[in-house]
Design a binder for this molecule. Structure first.
Ligand SMILES: Cc1ncc(COP(=O)(O)O)c(C=O)c1O
Length: 389
């Protein structure tokens, strides 16, 4: 970026690094030193809105002692994201294509994880931001970003830096809140697409589902039910577990929640927010390319849009600002084309187009929880029999 005081993290995929650590941590703790195999087998089971599925698969494909089940919303991820999941051949990878949204997929998975006996029996785990280990790694990203952007560390108090986060399931923004609680002087901005529940919660205290999930050019954040917000609310309520239990029960039974005024005030002091349209996304991608020759993915563009808006509104100098870039544009060719730009497609991605694909359909009306339960049981029983499924 040309603006002084502004940085764009160019990590091609924030997911893979976090997930690899998320996977390695339990394996490290469970593995006998001699074999480096998990002494207790695990099955990772998770839904994805597109990106987290392929990076979780990538972190464990072919590993002994771990199977992974990923369920993606058929037709709602980009073709490249879908191929990154369905072309994987390793026997420990099991991919389901569900006829629904990523929020629909989270419902049966949440039920499975709330069955403590089943979780224990099958060593069930998650490699996305349901797993605290993933968030822990992202906390470190906030410290890194701060030290990259802070103009000086000489003065006390330390200068503030604004960190802008493309937000869907709210894992990364939870990590930001943890960093704030740890004393990092950052101002957080959660930027969402037109699926704006977090924006409404921050602005109005209205944490309520809207009619439906909107299909946008930034599909990995097409999320209505940002399950990590429970952690944000808990952290910012002074870790009031009984308050949180009541609030979340209300939210999950009615689909609506009005934040108590005290909690809303604290949330809006720590996090500010913005909602961005598809039109904003393509304009931002185009402008960033024209000005910097940097090809943003549509999610990263959601964050940079906030920067452009702030520049226009505040003519005077603002805080140093860092926009987190969460994915590679190569996976979002449709958005790149809509921005009037030319997709840069690496050879590895081109190669996927000719590969054989494997996935099991999950149709509307079927019992998705039952299908996943059966698959998990089959994986465990086949392991006992000595074969991989
Ligand atoms: C590309 C991309 N951007 C942003 C996000 C936002 O996720 P979260 O809000 O959980 O940090 C994700 C999540 O998977 C993603 O894949």
């Amino acid at each position: 970026m040309q603006q002084i005081n502004t940085a764009v993290s160019s990590s091609p995929d924030h997911n893979t690094q976090g997930k690899h650590t998320t996977h390695c941590m339990p394996r490290y703790q469970l593995a006998p030193i001699t074999t480096r195999r998990a002494s207790t087998p695990h099955t990772a089971c998770q839904g994805t809105s597109g990106d987290t599925g392929s990076s979780a698969i990538e972190s464990v494909r072919g590993m002994e002692g771990v199977d992974i089940i990923v369920t993606f919303p058929k037709g709602r991820c980009t073709p490249v994201q879908e191929l990154q999941m369905t072309t994987v051949k390793e026997d420990n990878v099991h991919v389901f294509a569900a006829d629904g949204t990523s929020d629909d997929i989270d419902v049966p998975i949440r039920k499975l994880f709330s069955d403590a006996g089943f979780v224990e029996q099958h060593g069930l785990m998650s490699l996305n931001s349901v797993n605290w280990a993933r968030i822990m790694v992202q906390v470190a990203h906030f410290f890194y970003a701060y030290f990259q952007c802070a103009p000086s560390l000489e003065n006390s108090p330390l200068p503030e830096v604004e960190i802008v986060v493309p937000t869907g399931g709210a894992g990364n923004i939870t990590a930001g809140c943890v960093a704030v609680k740890m004393g990092l002087p950052v101002r957080l901005v959660a930027v969402v697409n037109e699926n704006d529940i977090i924006h409404r919660a921050v602005q109005l205290g209205d944490f309520s589902l809207s009619e439906s999930v909107k299909h946008t050019l930034a599909p990995a954040i097409d999320i209505q039910d940002p399950y990590n917000m429970e952690r944000v609310f808990w952290l910012l309520s002074g870790m009031d577990s009984s308050l949180m239990k009541g609030l979340m029960e209300e939210f999950y039974s009615t689909g609506k929640l009005r934040l108590p005024p005290g909690l809303h005030k604290t949330v809006s002091e720590v996090v500010s927010s913005r909602s961005v349209t598809d039109r904003d996304i393509v304009e931002t991608m185009r402008r960033c390319w024209e000005e910097n020759h940097y090809l943003l993915c549509p999610h990263s563009a959601v964050a940079v849009q906030h920067h452009y808006q702030q520049q226009q509104q505040l003519k005077h100098a603002s805080l140093p600002r860092c926009c987190l870039a969460t994915a590679s544009a190569a996976k979002f060719q449709d958005a790149v084309l809509k921005a009037g730009l030319t997709p840069e497609i690496p050879a590895e991605i081109r190669a996927l187009e000719t590969m054989v694909t494997h996935s099991t359909p999950m149709r509307r009306g079927e019992c998705w929880e039952g299908i996943l339960r059966e698959k998990i049981e089959l994986i465990s029983s086949t392991r006992k029999g000595g074969n991989s499924v």
